[in-house]
Structure formats: C-alpha cells, structure tokens
Design a protein around this ligand. Structure first.
Ligand code: NDP
Ligand code: PYC
Length: 334
C-alpha cells in the first residue's frame, strides 16, 4: 500500500503511546522509524515497530525514560538513556554535542543504557547538516562470526559517516559490517527471496542462499578478515569506549523478547572549519568533483534528499502496516 510520511509517523507514535510509551519517547522513535522508511531503509523502518512494542510489553524498556546529559570533560558529552529507547537520548545528545564541537573542534558523544534498533545515519546526517563531520558506531547481539570462526560473536555492528558540504547536502553513508543487515535477511525470508551465498552459513556451517538457514545459522562479515576487523573496532568503540555492553554481554542480559538489545552508541564529531581552516569546503568540493569523474561512482546520501520534501507517498508492506495497527488497537481495547 502507499502511505505518507506523516501517516507512518502517527501510526508508529500511536502504537507506542498505546503500549505505555510517553509522548517524547514515542515522538523520537516515530521520527527515526518514519525517516528510515521514507528514505528507503526498510530494514529499520516500520519493520522494527513490533520489536519496539515487544520490549515495552515485556517491561524491558522504560517508555517514560528521561535521558540525563552530562559533560565529563569539555569535549565529551555523556548521555545516560536510563533504560529508554536510543532515539530520545540521541536527540538530546546530538544537540549538546553540536554546541561542544563548535568550540573544541573534535568532540565525542557517548550514549549508555539505551535500547537501539535503528539506523545510525539520522545522527551523523543531523551533525553534518549543521556543518560537522561525524562518525557513529553501535553494536547489538551476536549475529556475525568473526573471520576464522563459525560462531556468532559480533553484532551486525553498523558504521555511519557523514561529511558536510556548504552548498550541496551532506555526504552520508551508513552500513552494517556484516555482508547483509540482519533485518534485510529477515525481510528476504518473509518475502520468500533467496540471498547471495556470501551472506551467511547454515547451522551446519555450509554455504546457503536460503535466508531462513542463515537466520538459524550465522551471518558473515563483509570483506573477509578486513570487514571482521572493522566489526571488532566497532565493538571496542561502541562498548569498550562507551563503557556499555559488548554484543556478547548484551545477549547475556537480554530477556529474549525480540526487541532491541541494551547497549551504547559512540559518536565522534569534527569541525572542518577548526581542523582544516577556511577553504575546507572548496578543497573538498574539488575532491568530490574528481570522484564523480572516475566512472560510474555514487556519492552516498542521495536517498536522504527525500527528507527535504515530505509530500507524496511511499509504498510500504501491507502486512507490517496491519500488524502495527492491530498492536495499537488491541491495546486500546484493554
Ligand atoms: P546498505 O547496504 O543498504 O547501504 C550501505 C551504504 O552504502 C548506504 O549509505 C548507501 O547509500 C551506500 N551505497 C549503496 N550503493 C552504493 C554505491 N554503489 N556506491 C557508494 N555507496 C553506495 O546498508 P546496510 O543494509 O548495510 O544497513 C542498513 C541500515 O541498517 C543502516 O542504516 C544501519 O545503520 C542499520 N543497521 C543497524 C543496526 C543496529 O544495530 N542498530 C545493525 C545493522 C544495521 P544510500 O543510502 O545513499 O543509498
Ligand atoms: O538489521 O542487523 C540488523 C540489526 C541488528 C540490530 C538492529 N538491527
């Protein structure tokens, strides 16, 4: 079916509100979900709403959590999400980080005690739209076998990087460090599609194109040992440096409700104006021009242009839409 940004936002917000989430948290999650679906990130759009609701119903997540922002040093912003969903903590953290990095040139944001089920580009894109380069990482629960192993140990550990441009809209990329995001494998299974043979292994450790076998087995890191090392780095930044759960620790403490896992997020922001000095934009613009001339290259972030105009519709999965509406109605009848 076709639907609008505002309809997806209200659908998500009402579903969360009717399952015990307060207004601020529901609105922050609804913005994350609707923006993802609107810009084509199906694996982290409406598809995730039933999981958010499961974690409210199991009382794993506090839908009324109020994040606390502190500044351990002038260049560090620390946000305790207080057992809430990540989006509200990130909204407040990014606001504080923006103020800090404008004078320090480099600044870090650590979010702790949060439940993360989202795409990361939201926060890096927001920083780059205000003139700062940004790198964000998060880990989750064991889904991916490190290179040399056949046992899930890493999360799908995404990295997002965004870079500002004065005239054009920012460059932003956001990618799982597994060959395919777990959400996309789940969607392929639901739609009865095969997946490439390098995405994962079956429970017996053999190569397969059946997404259900990969969901029962393991995912593989992209790019062999090199991707595996980047995933290792994500664990160390998002858990080791943020002082929160590694993916394996998140699983040990999880109640298995199918919702997001508890953990942290680590973001570093950079001011090109302070680091590179005046003229950084023209210098980088020339680089992007050269990049575009190298062949059939693509500068990631084009999909985010849709956020500038929320008119029109997108096509969403009927079943997911109905499921979310039912999760709202069932609870309203209680
Ligand atoms: P994709 O493989 O769909 O895309 C990865 C990136 O590559 C995008 O930024 C995309 O840009 C860019 N890109 C695509 N094609 C090209 C090309 N030809 N040249 C250059 N760049 C290209 O992402 P994933 O499926 O790996 O991840 C999807 C989402 O899942 C991410 O938002 C991620 O944050 C989220 N995720 C969240 C997790 C969590 O624990 N919270 C875990 C894992 C993933 P563009 O957007 O412009 O198309
Ligand atoms: O799609 O890989 C994924 C994922 C894991 C946790 C949240 N999203």
């Amino acid at each position: 079916m076709d639907t609008t940004y505002h309809d997806m936002w209200s659908l998500t917000k009402n579903a969360l509100l009717s399952n015990g989430c307060d207004d601020r948290n529901s609105a922050a999650v609804a913005t994350t979900v609707a923006s993802a679906e609107w810009t084509g990130s199906r694996s982290h759009g409406l598809f995730r709403v039933p999981g958010y609701i499961k974690s409210l119903r199991s009382r794993k997540v506090d839908g009324h959590a109020s994040p606390e922002v502190t500044h351990p040093t002038p260049a560090i912003v620390s946000v305790d999400a207080n057992n809430g969903f990540a989006p509200l903590a990130l909204e407040e953290g990014v606001e504080a980080l923006t103020k800090v990095v404008s004078s320090t040139g480099v600044a870090a944001l650590i979010v702790r005690n949060s439940y993360h089920f989202a795409a990361l580009w939201h926060e890096t894109f927001s920083l780059a739209s205000r003139g700062y380069a940004a790198l964000a990482v998060v880990c989750s629960t064991p889904l991916v076998a490190p290179f040399g192993s056949k046992k899930a140990f890493f999360g799908t550990n995404p990295i997002s990087f965004a870079f500002p441009r004065k005239v054009e809209q920012p460059l932003v990329f956001d990618m799982a460090t597994s060959t395919m995001a777990h959400g996309d494998v789940q969607i392929a299974a639901r739609e009865g599609r095969q997946i490439p043979s390098d995405v994962g292994l079956s429970p017996s450790g053999s190569s397969t194109t059946d997404p259900n076998e990969v969901l029962d087995g393991i995912l593989l890191p992209f790019g062999g040992y090199k991707g595996s090392l980047i995933s290792l780095m994500v664990e160390l930044m998002a858990a080791g440096l943020a002082g929160d759960n590694f993916s394996y620790e998140a699983e040990l403490g999880d109640n298995g409700d199918g919702g997001p896992a508890r953990g942290g997020e680590f973001i570093v922001a950079f001011s090109p104006e302070i680091l590179a000095g005046p003229g950084w934009d023209e210098h980088c613009a020339a680089f992007f021009t050269e990049y575009a001339q190298q062949g059939d290259t693509y500068l990631p972030g084009e999909s985010k242009r849709r956020l500038a105009d929320l008119r029109g519709t997108v096509t969403v999965d009927n079943e997911i839409y109905r499921t979310i509406r039912n999760l709202t109605q069932i609870n309203n009848k209680k």
